[in-house]
Unconditional design. Structure first.
Length: 244
């Protein structure tokens, strides 16, 4: 077991954003977290990443209790996460941005630079390594955000709507990139509203609604679940499925 979350709840005052959620992740999996806005999936995601402390529950990564650990501890242990809005250093070059992540495992500048270049090659940004981060468009910023996390050497990577805001062609390229990352041995958890991404990449889906996990399983099984259709996919999905 790579990561285990047991009975995780998070309350904000009188609001219970997550209610007793469980998740077990085996090494090598690709898991999708879906649900309507306000369902609790992002809060749960942030608990896994160390950005939010659970009110109750326990999160263990590779045998280490990380329930109350800092994001920095998560990163050192091998958990990396992207943000919905890419957190780039605008005035630094693309290469320097990725080197910031690389320094976690490679303290010497020469080694960090070499590692960062390998990551940039993987994500398709090596030819733009000398550009300032601010000069990149949405696809480039998304890739740079992923590259900075990859440079930290994660075993588990949490992607927070990392493929949102892309054109159909850009989306296909991004899906191909995520597959390449998975092939390097990185386990993935993806929060995404684009069902094409979830259905194409995820091996298992966890569905949140009103703070609760209402369904989980293989994608083709989950999208046929009546509770999921009512809470998230909508009646149009049911009608489309009947025609298919």
């Amino acid at each position: 077991m790579l990561l285990s979350a047991q009975n995780v709840s998070k309350e904000f005052g009188n609001l219970r954003a997550v209610a007793g959620a469980d998740l077990a992740i085996e090494e090598g999996e690709i898991i999708g977290l879906i649900g309507p806005n306000g369902a609790g999936k992002s809060t749960f995601f942030n608990c896994l990443a160390g950005e939010t402390l659970p009110t109750t529950g326990k999160i263990v990564f590779d045998g280490v209790d990380v329930t109350t650990a800092s994001p920095e501890t998560h990163a050192r242990l091998g958990i990396g996460r992207t943000f919905q809005v890419p957190a780039t250093f605008e005035d630094l070059t693309v290469l320097d941005n990725v080197m910031v992540g690389a320094f976690l495992r490679h303290p010497h500048r020469t080694h960090a630079r070499a590692h960062a270049l390998k990551v940039l090659d993987l994500v398709g940004l090596k030819d733009r390594q000398d550009l300032r981060a601010r000069s990149l468009g949405t696809p480039g910023r998304k890739r740079l955000e992923i590259a900075r996390v990859l440079a930290t050497g994660p075993r588990l990577m949490l992607l927070d709507e990392a493929l949102a805001g892309l054109t159909p062609a850009e989306l296909q390229q991004a899906i191909a990139l995520v597959r390449k990352i998975h092939e390097t041995g990185v386990t993935l958890v993806i929060v995404e509203h684009i069902m094409e991404v979830i259905m194409t990449l995820a091996r298992r889906i966890i569905v949140f609604n009103q703070g609760h996990v209402i369904a989980q399983g293989e994608p083709q099984q989950v999208v046929k679940d009546e509770a999921v259709i009512e809470a998230y996919l909508g009646r149009g999905h049911r009608n489309w499925r009947k025609k298919d």
